[in-house]
Structures are given as structure tokens and as C-alpha cells.
Design a protein around this ligand. Structure first.
Ligand SMILES: *Cc1c(COP(=O)(O)O)cnc(C)c1O
Length: 389
């Protein structure tokens, strides 16, 4: 059938040579997925079972990232979400219903806490917060309707390492599921499924992406039942991730190990140096004995990341701490972390009764890939600004 040139734009006969074998994963974009015939048309989200059906459930680029994250985490299957927070809310929406009860550590990532307090409660879920150091004592907090227990280890900002196996064990005995935010460990320093966790999530935005230029998340599940439950909700929530971002995450993964090693070494060196400075009360780095739950890090983790917090001595005011942060030159000020640039963020815990009494004397540091001596010099010059204020 002869074609007009305008039709050829959409249905070309041109064929480039075949047989290109590159080291990079191709970026497959697509909403429509073609079926070979009318009888093959099926609207199923489970593309592992049914083959590709619709771009919303992932293109080969998305699923390559998913299967590779799954392989690293030793899980059953992985879903890719548009961000880490999207992964958190999807887990909650998949496994909870009105009348259920959920347990969340006080040390959880703040938007996770807010989702529970503001959205889950609105939909009739009972929400309780527990102290991150509770361990097996969590058993006393279970109710008849407790369905899901969150862990985040170490916790955001305050860095408490949790006894995840003890909590997961208690949950299992009471027929509840354990979900873990495994972002700090990059999914590699803590083997969640070997420690009793049922579902993990990570902000791939962080170490997997590694360059502060994408937002992505992952959810990895232990078994088929969790996979079915999450997949059905993932489909209906419609949270597709961009294949372009997935291709950047796949590129980031190739250098994850060397970035993590370099960052771990610099972070440990700076954490130990800060710990003995006269201005510092406490360094909250899981690999240092001064960090709450350090013994669980030692028992359960195989490495440490570049994110830790510093608590200044009680004599320093909020203004002095802010002067320290503002005096930093190489450390930039901003949210998110795990990129190549070092960052500092001041926090103010006020006088919240359920949190440690760090007040406004706590600053979270993200260590990047700059030369460690330059970072140390930057911290040293900024520390001189503390006393001056
Ligand atoms: C950043 C972060 C998230 C959220 O990830 P986004 O991709 O920014 O949505 C969740 N949990 C932890 C511990 C994080 O640090």
C-alpha cells in the first residue's frame, strides 16, 4: 500500500542496522504497548506473568531497575515508584484499611509520620508512635487490630539504630507485617529480609541515583502474597516512574559501590574528628559507640553511610548553631542527601516530650565526594564561628 509522506512519519519503512550491543540499558519510553492480535489484549499489571501490557506498570527500563534492586536486596519482587515518599504512602495504602492499627517509631522520616497522622487517621486507621529503642518491648503496644509496624534504622536525623529483628519477630507473632525504610543502608548494608522484614522501601533518590538529579523510590517484598497486594494498589494509584529517571538510576548503580566506600571512609573520619571537638556534645553516627543503638548496627549492618548528625554543647544557642551552618563554604544547605556534594541542615526539636532533648543544637551532615581534608578544614573554620555567634 503506497503511503503519503505524512503517514510515513508515523509508519516508516526505514530500518536502521540491527545488532547494537551496548553496555548501557536502553531507555524504553512508552504508554501504549502493542499486542500481537486482538485476542491477546489484557489489562493486567503483573507483567512478569502476562508480559508487557501498559507503560504505567513499567517499561523494560523500569523493570530492569526493579529486578536489579530486588537482586541486591534479596527480595521476591520490587516496584519502582516516583519517589521515596510515594513508596511509603503506597505501602500504607496497600496493607491498611479502616479500623486497622499501625505502629511507627518516633524517629521516622517526618513525611512518613505526617502521612500517618494526617491521611491514615482521616481514613479511620489508628496510629501509635513508639520509642525507636523499644526492641522486643514493642509487644506490649500491639492491639487486636495491629496490622503494620514501621521501622527506620537508623532513624532520620536522630539516627537511632533499631533492633529490627526483635521488632519483626514480635510483629510476626501477632500476625502483623513489618515495613522498613532501608534508605540509609542503600539497601546493601542491612539485609532486611534475612532479619525478618516483610517489605522494604528505599528512596533511590539518594545513593542509587547518587547525583542529586532524580527522584525515585522502590518497594521490595518478601513473597508472592505481598507482591499481589502491592501490585494491585500500585496499578490503581497510577504511580508510574519515568523511564528516563530509571535509566539514570541504572547508571548510578554502576558506581554505587565505589561511591559508598569513599563516602563511608570520609564520613567516619569526620565523625570521629568531630566527636572529640570541645564544641561537640555528641556525634550521632551509627558506627560510633555514642550513637543510640550502636550495638545493633554492629550486629546487623555490614557498613555505614555518609549521613550523620552532630549535637553541639548545651551552652550554644540556636543562633550560634545557625552561624556555624552559614559559615560553611563547601557544605551546602539543603534537603535530600547521598549526592556527591556535602550538605548541612540544622534542625530544631523544640521541647517535644517524646524526642531526645537536642533542641536546636543538632545539625545533620551529608558527606559527599570532596577531599576529606578540605571538608575537615571547612568544618574547622565554621566551628570558630560557633563561639563568636
Ligand atoms: C529522602 C527520604 C525519603 C523520601 O524520598 P524522596 O525520594 O525524597 O521522596 C524517605 N525516607 C528517607 C529515610 C529519606 O531520607
Amino acid at each position: 500500500m503506497p503511503k503519503h509522506w505524512t503517514t510515513k512519519l508515523i509508519h516508516p519503512d526505514a530500518r536502521p542496522p540491527e545488532g547494537f550491543h551496548s553496555l548501557a540499558t536502553a531507555t524504553y519510553r512508552g504508554s501504549t504497548v502493542l499486542f500481537p492480535n486482538g485476542g491477546a489484549v489484557v489489562d493486567t499489571w503483573d507483567q512478569y506473568a502476562a508480559g508487557y501490557t501498559y507503560g504505567l506498570y513499567g517499561t523494560p527500563t523500569t523493570l530492569e531497575l526493579a529486578t536489579r534492586i530486588c537482586e541486591l536486596e534479596n527480595g521476591f519482587r520490587t516496584f519502582i515508584t516516583p519517589g521515596g515518599q510515594g513508596a511509603i504512602s503506597l505501602i500504607n495504602l496497600a496493607f491498611l484499611k479502616a479500623g486497622d492499627h499501625i505502629l511507627i517509631p518516633e524517629s521516622i522520616y517526618t513525611p512518613n509520620r505526617k502521612f500517618a497522622g494526617e491521611v491514615l487517621r482521616r481514613f479511620g486507621v489508628e496510629v501509635s508512635f513508639y520509642q525507636p529503642a523499644i526492641g522486643a518491648g514493642i509487644e506490649a503496644l500491639f492491639r487486636e487490630n495491629t496490622r503494620l509496624v514501621w521501622c527506620e534504622s537508623p532513624g532520620s536525623i536522630t539516627m537511632e539504630v533499631q533492633d529490627v529483628p526483635a521488632i519483626a519477630n514480635a510483629a510476626q507473632k501477632r500476625g502483623a507485617m513489618t515495613a522498613l525504610d532501608n534508605t540509609w543502608s542503600a539497601g546493601v548494608y542491612f539485609d532486611a529480609f534475612a532479619h525478618g522484614v516483610d517489605v522494604t522501601m528505599q528512596a533511590l533518590t539518594k545513593y542509587c541515583g547518587g547525583h542529586s538529579d532524580i527522584l525515585l523510590g522502590s518497594i521490595t517484598v518478601r513473597d508472592e502474597a505481598c507482591y499481589q497486594r502491592l501490585g494491585a494498589t500500585h496499578q490503581l494509584m497510577g504511580c508510574a516512574a519515568s523511564p528516563d529517571d530509571c535509566s539514570l538510576a541504572l547508571r548510578g548503580m554502576k558506581t554505587l559501590a565505589v561511591r559508598l566506600r569513599a563516602i563511608e571512609e570520609s564520613a567516619l573520619e569526620l565523625a570521629r574528628w568531630l566527636a572529640v571537638r570541645p564544641e561537640v556534645e555528641l556525634v550521632l553516627h551509627p558506627a560510633l559507640a555514642s550513637c543510640p543503638g550502636h550495638e545493633f548496627w554492629k550486629r546487623d549492618f555490614t557498613g555505614s553511610a555518609g549521613l550523620f548528625s552532630v549535637v553541639f554543647q548545651r551552652r550554644f544557642t540556636k543562633q550560634q548553631v545557625l552561624a556555624f551552618v552559614d559559615a560553611l563554604e563547601l557544605f551546602k544547605i539543603g534537603y535530600s542527601w547521598a549526592g556527591v556534594t556535602s550538605l548541612a541542615v540544622p534542625y530544631d526539636f523544640g521541647s517535644s516530650p517524646n524526642r531526645p532533648s537536642y533542641g536546636a543544637r543538632i545539625v545533620r551532615l551529608n558527606i559527599g565526594l570532596e577531599e576529606v581534608e578540605d571538608l575537615r578544614a571547612d568544618l574547622a573554620q565554621a566551628l570558630t564561628r560557633l563561639s563568636v555567634g
